[in-house]
Ligand binder design. Structure first.
Ligand SMILES: Nc1ncnc2c1ncn2[C@@H]1O[C@H](COP(=O)(O)OP(=O)(O)OP(=O)(O)O)[C@@H](O)[C@H]1O
Ligand SMILES: [Mg+2]
Length: 409
């Protein structure tokens, strides 16, 4: 016989619940003390770092990570030389791997006195967090700590197009792949100019800014110079920024910026992809040095096919297909911006949705040797048109005053 009074089941349940609740509260209190609130936020937002989200991407932080410097140091082996993929006008780029296994490319911007790197950083973050397309590189996140400005991109296994076309490697791109690259770039530009919710001019379309993934799908990169464009404007007056060999004359000379400047650069790039040569090569005989000029001369004498990379000819590529893309490239190089097709027209021509392709007229291009034709005051730049190497020119520096616009003869 038991003398003690037994607790009824509902009281026992109540007591147990109170006990469990107390333990949970205790645990939470301990955790709250040990892990900083920001880390909770970064767990919530998926951000692997723990630093405060700066204002400029607060609206977009769901799809975007803010890394702390140590995470990126670890991922790149403390920015070791052996992990360096290349160096651009704004600083070195390193490859790395995050703890979750993702491969990344980290661009370390050098902050100059003129805040150049800072501007590029902000422009790239703003631009790439508001747009998304399969032919645009994806910005995974960034880091802004002290004077460090780091941009974190998805890693592109096949690097940049310039390395493949002109680099010291054995990679040969057949016609199908080259066409796929040209079409992909055209689609990326069509999206920027016409299809995204904002109208964007890239301003620095060139071979080194086209990255290739593991299947050689192209992705347009480097949005540091890109400009948002008001819907109702035909062109903006802008200080020149870009790379001379790819620059539309009306933009370099008069600072008239519109989508047509990108379309001109696309024309130059397309010629480079098919011919596998750089837009300017001063080691060649004078009549061959400027690619648009040389292409036009060959077009006039019905010998344009001879400009194609000789390897394509032995590879079974159809002459008519190659000539058609050459012709589209020449249309993009017309002197008058209005005569250049829009990017959607280019895509339609490339995909044969347009039956008849117009005949191009003489292209215009900038000649860095013959600087005697026109005396024009320029609003720009880091390089002289007479003495330039094909690298990026910044907005902020000022420059010499003479440049010639040549309509090829
Ligand atoms: N996401 C990436 N994946 C793989 N490699 C990359 C990536 N981003 C850049 N690279 C490599 O880093 C190099 C340097 O790139 P960066 O854009 O800084 O310079 P650039 O394009 O040569 O010159 P510019 O400053 O004029 O754009 C590229 O040529 C490319 O080989
Ligand atoms: Mg680049």
């Amino acid at each position: 016989m038991s003398s003690g009074k037994q607790m009824n089941p509902s009281s026992a349940f109540f007591l147990c619940s109170v006990l469990v609740l107390a333990i949970i509260i205790l645990l939470l209190a301990v955790l709250w003390k040990r892990i900083k609130p920001l880390t909770f936020m970064s767990m919530w937002t998926g951000s692997p770092g723990g630093s405060r989200l700066p204002d400029y991407f607060r609206n977009n932080f769901r799809a975007f990570c803010h890394f702390d410097c140590n995470t990126l140091k670890k991922a790149t082996g403390n920015f070791q030389q052996k992990n360096q993929l290349g160096t651009g006008g704004f600083g070195p780029v390193f490859q790395g791997r995050l703890d979750d296994g993702r491969r990344i490319a980290v661009k370390q911007l050098c902050l100059g006195k003129s805040h150049q790197g800072e501007c590029e950083f902000l422009a790239e973050v703003r631009m790439l967090t508001s747009i998304q397309h399969k032919n645009l590189v994806r910005l995974i996140g960034c880091c802004s700590e002290g004077c460090q400005r780091l941009l974190v991109y998805e890693f592109m296994k096949n690097g940049s197009l310039d390395n493949i076309l002109y680099g010291d490697n054995d990679i040969y791109l057949n016609w199908k792949t080259r066409f796929q690259i040209i079409l992909g770039i055209a689609r990326g530009l069509q999206y920027l100019h016409e299809d995204s919710n904002v109208r964007i001019v890239h301003r620095d379309i060139k071979a080194s800014n086209i990255l290739l993934d593991d299947r050689f799908q192209p992705k347009i990169s480097d949005f540091g110079l890109a400009r948002l464009f008001p819907e109702d404007e035909t062109y903006l007056s802008a200080q020149f920024a870009g790379t001379l060999g790819y620059t539309a004359p009306e933009y370099a000379i008069k600072g008239e910026l519109s989508e047509k400047a990108d379309i001109y650069s696309f024309g130059v790039l397309t010629l480079e992809i098919i011919s596998c040569r750089k837009n300017t090569d001063l080691t060649l005989p004078p009549n061959m040095q400027y690619l648009p000029d040389y292409a036009w001369k060959l077009y006039e004498s019905s010998m344009l096919f001879s400009l194609a990379d000789p390897r394509l000819k032995t590879d079974g590529a159809e002459e008519a297909d190659i000539l058609q893309v050459f012709q589209i490239a020449l249309l993009c190089l017309q002197s008058y911006p209005n005569l250049r097709p829009s990017m959607s027209q280019v895509v339609a021509m490339l995909t044969c949705k347009t039956k008849q392709i117009a005949s191009p007229i003489k292209p215009a291009f900038l000649d860095r040797r013959r600087c005697i034709n026109l005396d024009i005051s320029l609003p720009f730049s880091r390089e002289s048109a007479c003495d330039f190497s094909p690298s990026t020119i910044s907005d902020t520096l000022s420059l010499p005053p003479r440049l010639s616009i040549i309509s090829s003869s």
